[in-house]
Design a protein around this ligand. Structure first.
Ligand code: BTN
Length: 319
């Protein structure tokens, strides 16, 4: 990976949101104004909005609320790694050995953030949350489907605790607000049948996605769009989210999906509504009937209630 250390220092310097002239910055870092201008350009390419005013210098469009590794470790008492720039937090964790369950990795920017069904997860610098948690699931691969739903619920629970209301879930675990996607979850796993499963739970949560960002390919929203003046820091969100995930996964490990079924129905964006399931070239229409004990999606196709399970299924409204 490219060396981003100088750009990170420059971002840090600008993060307070005040004007810094090219000359000041050049003197501070011992480089020319032209070098500063080049770095500013490549910082803009990371998705950070910086503008310049003649005679005043450079300024961030909005102050950056950077992740704080020390604070997160102190508050969570867990192994937490903040990596400013990484290919993918999920990929990073999948490549690690001997992790403790509950270990977390968060990034400011992902060069190859990935979503479900091989999609890209657009990850501009410092504006959203790109988060992965490792968990060793003793019950093994068969329990992994259910856990993915529990994670969506835990995320909604965390956001509600932070004051965000009106959230919904789209099976299996997308968080929605007003029919637009707020967060996505990608659970990746390794393990063999009969063994414990090693899960990497990846969460991408839109906090203050810059307006100019392109390539998302579906209607999206962000916490900032939902609440307007967002007073919650990303560190706070990571703390509450991690605690809720821990609690929910521990309950799931002891009691399975049963304690979560009612809550799922309460948040289901499509319950009792006409939907369409897309599975490759195949489409199935019916009425959404919630989920079963294993977390499979139930669909009333007119003749019978059919259950559907698998990471390649996509749900759409059919109304
Ligand atoms: C989806 O397609 O809805 C799932 C998106 C998951 C994105 C997150 S961001 C942090 C983690 N690292 C990745 O590369 N992907 C997940």
């Amino acid at each position: 990976m490219k060396d981003f250390s100088f750009k990170l220092k420059l971002i840090q310097e600008l993060s307070k949101g005040e004007f810094c002239s090219g000359e000041q910055l050049g003197e501070h870092f011992g480089v020319s104004r032209a070098a500063i201008a080049r770095h500013i350009k490549s910082i803009q390419e990371l998705g950070i909005d910086i503008y310049s005013v003649k005679g005043k210098g450079y300024r961030l469009e909005q102050p950056l609320d950077l992740l704080n590794n020390q604070l997160l470790v102190e508050k969570l008492e867990l192994p937490v790694e903040v990596i400013p720039i990484i290919d993918s937090t999920n990929q990073h964790m999948l490549g690690q050995k001997a992790l403790q369950s509950g270990s977390v990795c968060v990034a400011e920017y992902q060069t190859q953030g990935r979503g479900r069904r091989g999609r890209e997860w657009v990850s501009p610098f410092g504006s959203n949350i790109y988060y992965s948690m490792y968990w060793r699931l003793e019950a093994g691969l068969p329990a992994a489907m259910g856990i993915s739903l529990v994670i969506g619920l835990a995320l909604v629970d965390a956001l509600e605790e932070l004051g965000i209301q009106g959230l919904k879930l789209k099976w299996p675990n997308d968080v929605y607000f007003d029919n637009k996607k707020l967060a996505g979850i990608l659970v990746e796993l390794s393990g063999q049948a009969g063994d414990a499963a090693n899960l990497v739970i990846g969460i991408g949560l839109n906090v203050s996605m810059p307006e100019h960002v392109q390539g998302i390919g579906q209607p999206w929203t962000s916490l900032k769009e939902i609440v307007g003046d967002l007073a919650i820091s990303r560190n706070e969100i990571v703390i509450v989210m991690t605690k809720k995930l821990h609690d929910a996964i521990s309950i799931y490990e002891h009691q399975g999906l049963t304690p979560f079924l009612e809550q799922w129905n309460q948040y289901d964006n499509f319950l009792e509504q006409p939907i369409k399931l897309i599975m490759g070239n195949r489409e199935v229409f019916g009425t959404c009937k919630g989920i079963d004990q294993q977390g499979a999606l139930l669909l009333d196709t007119g003749n019978q209630i059919e259950s559907f399970v698998g990471g390649e299924i996509s749900v759409r409204s059919a109304s």
